[in-house]
Design a protein around this ligand. Structure first.
Ligand code: TRP
Length: 459
């Protein structure tokens, strides 16, 4: 397979790693992980999650990157060109990925918009100053019921994302993500340093690493597996697309390991930033926070701190920065397909994809508007549009895409060509390749199928 031309390649191996990390490290790690860890009992959940990162995450990320780099093409074409037979059928994995990415971005962008609105509120004094959690919940509820505000920020997020993607791989995604990640880690370290000075820090560490088996259920296992895919941006071809911009000399396995480790560390740090402040604010039941943990409980608790207001602004800026590097990777998937398979110029492809996704996000933003998608009006399978798209894409399509990729590795790709991807770069040689191959083609599919059957209540 011919390499892509230099303008559509990463400038450096570090640039590729940072871009992949930027994709992974987003709202999944900073907003979602702390509250689901709290809901599912802390330590035990964290342990199961770590096991899934090792058994599902790392192998699959290496698989996606290897498929991308080996084919030097966008998802749909990649599966077609690499398959030894039934090319068309295998292409559908790529097509499913594009649909999944479009769906995820359409509501992810709305959530990223929440953090922008909270950032604005924190700067303009719009957040309550009382010690009343209901006042904070009121602000959150108010936001969800303001379609104009939600749409406005959704469009802002999409515009920022399209601006980065439109500038291309090296000059846009790579350059901007490097900046975003530098800012992100700086903020995260400062916040962690601050949390460490709080008397509740030790209790938080105990919570994150101590077992609370009573809150851990079989649902928690599903949650941990699903989150492992989501947080590492797997199952829809994002890492495949990023891998396709990699030259033939750089290895993928070490990048997959590094990105997974860094994303996991950031998720744990997020807990150690959120929990101490929350506990310090007098809230002892972390698991009550739910999705509002970072948006309600945290601002309430932060008030008690010196410079609490500034602290909160910084947190919401952090969320937005993290989200943006992820939305960029989500948009890049359909854009690369439009460029590769339909011959569109990058700018046109970006405008088209971003436009469609912005429209698709509109019903997501209206999901809480009374009389529209909630409160007795239009509900689809008893769910609001937002919840429906979220569970369909994040729970079902991602796992389906992941399973497809594992089967592709097992049955469709030439074994020698695959081995060359790993051995050529001296990444541990044949033994390591065989271990990876076994995990990807046997262990991961079994876990995914079991999780599927369990979700369907088959046993
Ligand atoms: N991983 C990101 C997060 O944790 C979200 C994300 C970006 C994503 N690209 C993806 C999720 C691709 C699934 C698939 O917030």
């Amino acid at each position: 397979m011919e390499e892509r031309k230099a303008s559509s390649q990463w400038g450096s191996r570090l640039g590729f790693m940072v871009a992949a990390l930027g994709s992974a490290l987003g709202l999944g790690s900073l907003w979602r992980f702390p509250y689901i860890a709290a809901e599912n009992g802390g330590g035990l959940f964290v342990l199961v999650y770590l096991i899934f990162i090792v058994l599902l995450g790392v192998p699959l990320m290496a698989a996606e990157m290897a498929i991308g780099r080996s084919s030097q093409s966008s998802p749909v074409r990649a599966y077609g060109t690499l398959a030894t037979k039934h090319k068309r059928a295998w292409q559908s994995i790529g097509a499913l990925g594009v649909i999944t990415g479009v769906l995820i971005l359409s509501y992810y962008s709305v959530v990223a918009g929440w953090s922008l609105d909270y950032f604005r509120l924190s700067l303009t004094g719009g957040l309550p100053t009382s010690n009343d959690i209901d006042a904070f919940k009121g602000v959150f509820g108010e936001l969800l019921k303001s379609p104009g505000t939600l749409l406005f920020w959704h469009v802002v997020v999409m515009l920022c994302t399209a601006w980065v993607v439109g500038r291309g791989v090296k000059g846009g995604i790579e350059q901007v993500t490097e900046w975003l990640m530098a800012i992100l880690f700086l903020i995260l370290i400062v916040l962690l340093g601050y949390s460490m000075t709080l008397p509740t820090f030790i209790d938080s560490v105990k919570f994150v690493f101590g077992f609370h088996a009573e809150d851990f259920t079989s649902e928690s296992v599903l949650e941990a597996a699903g989150h492992a895919f989501f947080t590492l941006s797997l199952g829809m071809g994002a890492m495949l697309t990023y891998g396709s911009y990699l030259d033939k000399r750089s290895g993928v396995l070490s990048t997959a390991v590094l990105v997974s480790v860094m994303d996991t560390v950031a998720s744990l740090v997020a807990c150690l930033v959120v929990f101490p402040v929350t506990l310090n604010g007098g809230i002892t039941e972390l698991k009550e926070g739910g999705p509002g943990l970072v948006f309600n409980t945290l601002p309430l608790s932060a008030q008690a701190l010196p410079f609490g207001g500034v602290w909160i602004s910084v947190v919401f800026a952090l969320l937005f920065v993290a989200a943006l590097a992820s939305t960029v990777s989500l948009l890049e998937v359909p854009v690369s397909v439009l460029i590769d398979s339909f011959g569109l110029a990058r700018r046109k492809a970006t405008a088209l994809a971003a436009g469609v996704i912005t429209l698709l996000g509109t019903p997501a933003a209206l999901s809480w508007t009374p009389g529209f998608f909630s409160d007795g009006m239009t509900k689809i399978f008893g769910k609001s549009w937002f919840d429906l798209v979220d569970s369909l894409s994040a729970n079902w399509f991602l796992s389906l895409g992941a399973l497809g990729t594992c089967l592709f590795i097992a049955f469709a790709m030439d074994r020698k060509q695959l081995a060359a991807e790993f051995v050529r770069n001296h990444e541990g040689g044949r033994k390591l390749f065989q271990l990876w191959f076994l995990t990807t083609t046997v262990v991961s599919p079994i876990i995914i199928v079991v999780v599927f059957l369990k979700t369907l209540n088959v046993f």
